[in-house]
Design a protein around this ligand. Structure first.
Ligand code: ZN
Ligand code: ZN
Length: 258
């Protein structure tokens, strides 16, 4: 099984999973990079998985469906280009012989979902759209900090080795913020220099791994005292043992951080 990150727009990745014959693509905001990748490799598009309704995630769905006849799966609680099979928590989607669990992860949008398979060629794999980024999380456009915390908690509980396929290359700017939150986190400093080297060579920093994200991502570390203390410097009213308040403060801080 092969996993490709097709670049689109300025910083999106369209994740393409294929077995050398059939393929599945996640959040195709554009059709052209997908059609080109299919043609170059002689692949047939079996399915399209959509995590949420934003245009940079669904813009290419209609054209791809028309060109390939692929089946579209998408969030039951959101409007995406019809027709599609609506899925939510508890549903399973089998593509390329891999069974993906659907996880509800509201916060960035109200009906955002993620797709997790415990075994894709021997490793767990997660497509999490704009909910979890390496070193960060999505903006809260439609959900509350409590919803985002619950969503991130679900993703953080996935197996250590889970490959995390995020929809944007935001890693370096996220890590700059993460270092402001936890300047003494050695794992974070080490990972930052690895990612800077990858980007200097034009390589993606993704996929990440869940075990690593638990070590370096402040939005998965809201119960750590270092993170709570930093959040309270930004927003002094933040109660240190209230992970929702810590996450809300971090998100507000990140929104204005340069
Ligand atoms: Zn989005
Ligand atoms: Zn996006």
């Amino acid at each position: 099984m092969n996993l490709l990150a097709l670049p689109a727009f300025t910083d999106n990745y369209l994740w393409l999973l294929h077995d050398a014959h059939q393929a599945v693509v996640v959040d195709p905001g554009q059709a052209e990079p997908v059609l080109q990748a299919l043609e170059e490799r002689g692949l047939q598009l079996q399915a399209i998985l959509v995590t949420h309704h934003h245009a940079d995630h669904v813009g290419g769905v209609q054209a791809l469906r028309q060109a390939t006849g692929a089946t579209v799966y998408g969030p039951a609680r959101e409007r995406i280009p019809e027709p599609f099979i609506p899925v939510s928590q508890g549903h399973q989607v089998t593509v390329l012989g891999c069974c993906f669990d659907v996880i509800d992860v509201p916060g960035h949008t109200a009906g955002h979902i993620a797709y997790f398979c415990p075994d894709v060629a021997g490793e767990p794999l997660l497509f999490c759209g704009d909910t979890l980024f390496s070193g960060g999380c999505g903006r809260l456009f439609e959900g509350t900090p409590a919803q985002m915390l619950a969503s991130l908690d679900q993703l953080a509980a996935l197996p250590d080795a889970t490959r995390v396929c995020c929809a944007h290359e935001y890693t370096l700017s996220n890590l700059k913020f993460a270092r402001a939150v936890e300047p003494g986190n050695n794992a974070l400093l080490h990972y930052s220099s690895q990612c800077e080297a990858l980007r200097a060579q034009g390589q993606p920093t993704l996929p990440s791994r869940i075990a690593l994200e638990r070590e370096i991502n402040p939005f998965l570390r809201t119960r750590q005292s270092t993170v709570a203390t930093a959040a309270a410097h930004f927003a002094p009213a933040t109660p240190p043992c209230d992970a929702v308040a810590v996450l809300a403060a971090l998100r507000a801080w990140k929104n204005e951080f340069r």
